[in-house]
Design a protein around this ligand. Structure first.
Ligand code: CTP
Length: 407
């Protein structure tokens, strides 16, 4: 079938193995030929029958099965991508070391296909230098690392260690199997992402619920398409990406974000402002912790406007540069686009990504839906899907705009 791939899904022994069933299912439903290689430990979480039924292919669990067919070499050669989800600390170290002691590691070693790993483990294991060393080795060899996500784990603990959502993993696999053309090669792009925090006193801040996922996906997509990316990141809930042609600048307040981003925007070909930046801050954060008793019946805080990065960037125009703004709105339907057009009037960007946010929408989710408005307020594109798919749709629109300007 055209456009479909042979994908090897390696499953190692973590509780997130049950979520890997969804990875396999999504790939199969999208028409791909999926071969599952569970480790012995993975089979203690999810049985052989499930993997065979969901993948619609026989599953080998022992390197000594069907020896005459040399199946691992054959599968390794045919694979367009290999994904290991969940990837335990043990299996990551085996992959990093080039071990070959079960069908999964033997196949990975016999293959030149791109490798995607979705780590899942206790945060202490993730942070351990041994695991981090494995990750460095795998990244150096070009592996794509998806997650781990931060959040509650199976036990009582919380932290970086949850396997990323299946949709995010599937998007990374498809990206690895059919890499995008380098249509942003030679371009310098700036992306702001995440939320800012404005201090009130030494322990408290005014913040927002931005997870940074959409902005990070935009920076990662730009890098994957050949751009030199600078990611100015406020507070984010997911691990920050690393890789060649990607510089990450960490900031906390709106002021720090503005200082870093305005500087980078001066030389950028494209600036994408996806950060959720505070509009207001406390003029002078208190030196001492605010005391409940001293505040009495209530507390009034006088806020002053924070620096507006996008407004500052627009105030210093650069010929040929494309500026993309975001509008997070709680309106629905036509009112949502109307709110976007009103924002365009105030902030004349080249493209405005309007997305609905609310108590239950968008923040922290793996998927997003965005209406992209052109400078004249017309609808340039409707983008929906994983945050990576939305990111690629946004870059497609930027490429179209640049091409249009060039003629
Ligand atoms: N922005 C920024 N710096 C700020 C505030 C916003 O760079 N201090 C950027 C955001 O990254 C986003 C766009 O401006 O790209 C949002 O524009 P804005 O009109 O500030 O949006 P809201 O903060 O949502 O405004 P409002 O509260 O009026 O809806």
């Amino acid at each position: 079938m055209a456009g479909t791939h042979t994908v090897v899904v390696g499953v190692s022994g973590g509780i997130a193995a049950y979520k890997a069933v969804q990875v396999v299912r999504s790939l199969v439903l999208a028409g791909h030929d999926v071969h599952v290689l569970p480790t012995a430990a993975a089979l203690r979480f999810v049985g052989l029958a499930t993997w065979e039924a969901i993948s619609r292919n026989p599953v080998r669990t022992d390197v000594w099965d069907d020896v005459s067919t040399v199946a691992h070499v054959d599968l390794g050669r045919r694979a367009d991508a290999i994904v290991v989800a969940p990837a335990t600390a043990h299996t990551l170290s085996r992959l990093a070391a080039g071990a070959a002691d079960d069908p999964l590691t033997v196949t990975a070693l016999a293959s030149t296909a791109p490798l995607v790993v979705a780590p899942a483990m206790h945060p202490a294991m993730w942070r351990h230098p041994a695991t981090q060393h494995s990750m460095t080795l795998l990244r150096e060899r070009g592996a794509t690392v998806v997650g781990p996500a931060d959040g509650p784990l199976t036990g009582d603990d919380s932290g970086p260690g949850r396997m990323s959502e299946p949709a995010e993993i599937v998007a990374a696999v498809l990206d690895a199997a059919a890499p995008r053309p380098h249509d942003l090669a030679g371009l310098s792009v700036l992306v702001t992402a995440g939320g800012t925090r404005e201090p009130l006193d030494p322990v408290r801040f005014l913040g927002n619920r931005s997870s940074g996922r959409q902005g990070i996906a935009i920076a990662e997509a730009a890098r994957a398409r050949g751009a030199d990316a600078t990611l100015v990141a406020g507070h984010v809930e997911v691990p920050l990406p690393t890789g060649e042609r990607l510089e990450v600048v960490r900031v906390s307040t709106a002021d720090e974000l503005a200082t870093a981003a305005v500087d980078a925007a001066a030389t950028a070909d494209v600036a994408v402002m996806a950060a959720a930046v505070a509009d207001f801050r406390l003029a002078q954060p208190l030196e001492q912790k605010i005391k409940k008793d001293a505040a009495g019946d209530g507390l009034t805080l006088q806020l002053v406007p924070a620096r507006d990065t996008l407004a500052e960037v627009l105030a210093a125009p650069v010929a040929g540069r494309v500026v993309v703004g975001f509008a997070a709105e709680t309106a629905t339907g036509e009112e949502l686009l109307a709110a976007g057009r009103a924002k365009l009037a105030r902030k004349p960007v080249d493209l405005l990504a309007v997305n609905r946010v609310g108590w239950t929408e968008t923040f922290g989710a793996a998927t997003n839906a965005v209406s992209l408005l052109a400078a004249d307020g017309t609808l340039a594109a409707e983008l929906a899907g994983t945050k990576r798919e939305v990111a690629d749709g946004l870059w497609d629109a930027v490429v179209r705009l640049r091409d249009h300007r060039a003629v």
